[in-house]
Unconditional design. Structure first.
Length: 226
């Protein structure tokens, strides 16, 4: 920085007088300088930017990268995920969402068998472990135990509207109209619905967007057939 006047104060108080958008501020607790970058009117630590860059471009499985990018770009606030598994992706979803929002503004709802997971369902957490892991983020967490598809059908009216719905649980194509009938109840015009191909290995797994018009069409078809 050229001729930058930085007033060192407690915590993250600082003053920059050269108009540049890179700011050096002192972390008193860490006793070292940190570098901050102004982006979209907010200050992000360079370490945070690097973490986001890694999530967006190098995180595994590769199919999750687009999910993190969507959360960041859309400023997602309310997340519903079918299939919590080990909770690591949920942590990352919350971490990315918290770049634009305070933790208490974010809501995460996870539906998973938890203790009832079978070997075929893959690794996962107990309900208590999942709560302990996710509540540490400071986000509003709601976890619903049981078969995700069965529970979703009965709990949809009580979930509220979601900005992002991540379907990370096996769904047969023939069951999609039934699922969309209930899914439609928690969507608004700007909601994003992502369907994960969980039958594939992580290296070949894909996540695709379920367009809202397709969801409405399937929902209408299911209602007419009922």
């Amino acid at each position: 920085m050229r001729s930058t006047d930085v007033a060192w104060q407690k915590g993250l108080d600082f003053r920059v007088t050269d108009g540049r958008n890179v700011i050096v501020a002192r972390h008193e607790r860490l006793r070292r300088p940190d570098v901050y970058v102004c982006q979209g009117g907010r200050l992000l630590a360079v370490s945070t930017r690097l973490r986001l860059f890694h999530l967006f471009h190098f995180s595994k499985p590769a199919s999750d990268r687009a999910v993190y990018q969507a959360i960041y770009g859309r400023r997602i606030q309310r997340i519903v995920e079918l299939g919590v598994r080990t909770g690591q992706r949920a942590l990352r979803l919350i971490q990315v969402a918290s770049q634009h929002l305070s933790p208490e503004q974010i809501t995460y709802i996870g539906i998973d068998p938890f203790e009832s997971r079978s070997v075929a369902d893959g690794p996962g957490l107990s309900l208590k472990q999942a709560y302990r892991l996710l509540r540490a983020t400071g986000t509003r967490i709601r976890l619903i135990p049981g078969d995700p598809l069965a529970i979703f059908s009965t709990a949809a009216n009580d979930l509220g509207v979601a900005d992002l719905v991540l379907l990370g649980w096996p769904i047969q194509r023939s069951f999609l109209p039934h699922a969309c009938y209930y899914l439609r109840r928690i969507l608004h015009d700007g909601s994003l619905v992502l369907l994960e191909d969980v039958a594939q290995a992580d290296e070949t797994k894909r996540i695709k967007v379920l367009p809202l018009d397709r969801i409405r069409a399937w929902s209408d078809a299911f209602r007419r057939a009922a």
